[in-house]
Ligand binder design. Structure first.
Ligand code: ATP
Length: 241
């Protein structure tokens, strides 16, 4: 579904991603772990071109999207939903409006259809009574569930999660991970950057270890955690588990 070929990304003189090659298949749940600053978020953001690769190519469903123009990029972002650490909800809009705004603006749905979709999604994320609230009235965990609902309103083919629970108080992490598990069980293709190793063990079809801008090791979770091979991964796991 997503093919990454010789992807490199530099910020100024600093090469943050170094010649990465990777394939993500439809239905996979790929979890990316690694030390801070290793390039995980940058890699994720390159997949939907929020960051423009310095060199290399990204293919989505067989099509090279690396040079997409703005119009194509917008289309692409509908197909690849993204959830951020800091939710990025519009504070001046109600929860329902936050969900319906983009699909209506982009002409994907009528206002009535979008309202119906928002109601379905609010039910799905367990917050049917929050439609008319403003984001400031919600807890962090609730805001993130709404941010996920907002992404799902576009009927994306893949969902990218960039440390979705890192900004949450510990007691709210579980509700967001639970929703992500539900999405995984529903068959969504997912790429998740996270420090939640329990989630990686339980949900990932594959775990990637990034360090110094490269994917140094990858495996199904049972092997990844029990039999790491790369010394950097062994050191990383010994510190966090
Ligand atoms: N827009 C930017 N401009 C300059 N440098 C950047 C930019 N974005 C990221 N970097 C640098 O690129 C490197 C990798 O950052 P990135 O956020 O991808 O790492 P990460 O593995 O996701 O880290 P963390 O787990 O701490 O979020 C870091 O050194 C960071 O400072």
């Amino acid at each position: 579904m997503i093919d990454v070929k010789h992807l490199s990304k530099s910020f100024g003189e600093v090469e943050v991603l170094k010649d990465i090659n990777e394939t993500i298949d439809k239905g996979e749940k790929v979890v990316i772990v690694g030390p801070s600053g290793s390039g995980k978020s940058t890699f994720l953001r390159c997949l939907n071109l929020m960051e423009k690769p310095t060199s290399g190519d990204i293919f989505f469903e067989g099509e090279n999207i690396t040079q997409a123009n703005e119009h194509e990029m917008n289309k692409l972002r509908q197909r690849m939903g993204m959830v951020f650490q800091h939710f990025n909800l519009f504070p001046h809009l109600t929860i329902k409006k936050n969900i319906t705004l983009a699909p209506v603006k982009l002409g994907l749905m009528t206002a009535d259809e979008a309202d119906k979709k928002a109601e379905e999604l609010l039910e799905r994320v367990g917050l049917p009574d929050k439609a008319d609230e403003y984001p400031s009235r919600l807890s962090g965990g609730q805001k993130q569930r709404i941010a996920i609902a907002r992404s799902l309103a576009m009927n994306p083919e893949v969902m990218l999660f960039d440390e979705p629970t890192s900004a949450l108080d510990p007691e709210m992490v579980g509700e967001v991970l639970e929703l992500m598990k539900q999405l995984a069980n529903d068959g969504m293709t997912m790429v998740v950057v996270t420090h939640e190793m329990g989630f990686a063990r339980e949900v990932a079809s594959r775990v990637l270890f990034m360090a110094d801008g490269k994917i140094l090791e990858q495996n199904k979770p049972s092997e990844f955690f029990a039999h790491p091979e790369n010394q950097r991964l062994k050191d990383f796991l010994s510190k966090i588990i």
